[in-house]
Design a protein. Structure first.
Length: 269
């Protein structure tokens, strides 16, 4: 085979392979970091913060990626491997806990692998990373004054409890056991005697009319002859005598002679 024929075959194969490669590239999607939504919060001097990475996928299948967080000097701060990104995700969030020391702003870099899943510029640079600025604030628990204040409060509470228990133990009760016993006995004496039960009352009320009825029946049973005999045997009552009216006493008659004598004697004088 001549060299000319070999060159022609190579050219034809190249022409056929180019469209196939282009179709393969266009059929595969890509993953992008949403820079507008990716942020970090909760960073304090004594606790870790959280970086919220928002991703968008146009892949037709689920893909796995590795994520690492670096500081401005390239030192590894945190990482998360084998993160599964669902196919066609519009906003998939990956949270990574990161610890930073020192107050103020810190520059961190989010890097995702493999690079081939992320878009590239015309110059060949692949955007599989994003630089983020986070702020670290001071926690109240990082100050010694906070612990001192808590210790003072605890000591004051303990002292207050001790004083209260001591005053309660020194105070004698107002009423003793003997007083309570005497009070109970006096209340028992003052209680009125229990009234007769309702059943006893009802028995008495039912019994009285029965007795009266039996007496009435006994009286009715007596014959007329017995009644007459009893009347005849009964002692006759004496008629009551009327009280004798006393006649008014006659006044003694005065002697006329005495008057005359008394008169003549008066005249002689």
């Amino acid at each position: 085979m001549s060299v000319k024929k070999i060159l022609m075959i190579v050219v034809v194969l190249a022409l056929i392979a180019a469209p196939i490669a282009a179709m393969a590239d266009t059929s595969d999607g890509q993953i992008e970091i949403n820079e507008d939504k990716t942020n970090g919060d909760g960073f304090k001097t004594n606790s870790n913060g959280t970086v919220h990475i928002h991703l968008k996928s146009t892949e037709t299948n689920d893909v796995g990626i590795d994520i690492r967080i670096e500081d401005s000097e390239g030192n590894l701060l945190a990482e998360k491997n084998n993160v599964n990104i669902p196919a066609g995700s519009e906003d998939f969030v990956v949270d990574v806990s990161v610890g930073l020391s020192g107050l103020g702003d810190h520059e961190i870099k989010i890097v995702c692998e493999p690079k081939g899943l992320f878009p590239a510029t015309t110059g060949g640079e692949i955007f599989n990373y994003y630089e983020l600025t986070v702020n670290v604030t001071e926690s109240i628990w990082s100050k010694w004054t906070t612990y001192l204040a808590v210790a003072i409060v605890v000591i004051l509470i303990v002292i207050a409890i001790f004083l209260r228990m001591r005053s309660a133990s020194d105070k004698k009760p107002d009423t003793t056991f003997t007083d309570l016993e005497n009070k109970r006995k006096s209340s028992a004496k003052d209680e009125p005697a229990p009234a007769a039960s309702t059943e006893r009352k009802r028995y008495k009320t039912e019994k009285t009319p029965a007795k009266e009825a039996s007496k009435a029946n006994a009286k009715k049973a007596e014959s007329f002859t017995e009644l007459e005999q009893r009347k005849s045997e009964a002692p006759k009552e004496k008629p009551k005598s009327e009280p004798v009216k006393e006649s008014p006493k006659a006044e003694p008659k005065k002697d006329k002679g005495e008057k005359k004598l008394r008169y003549t004697s008066d005249r002689r004088k």
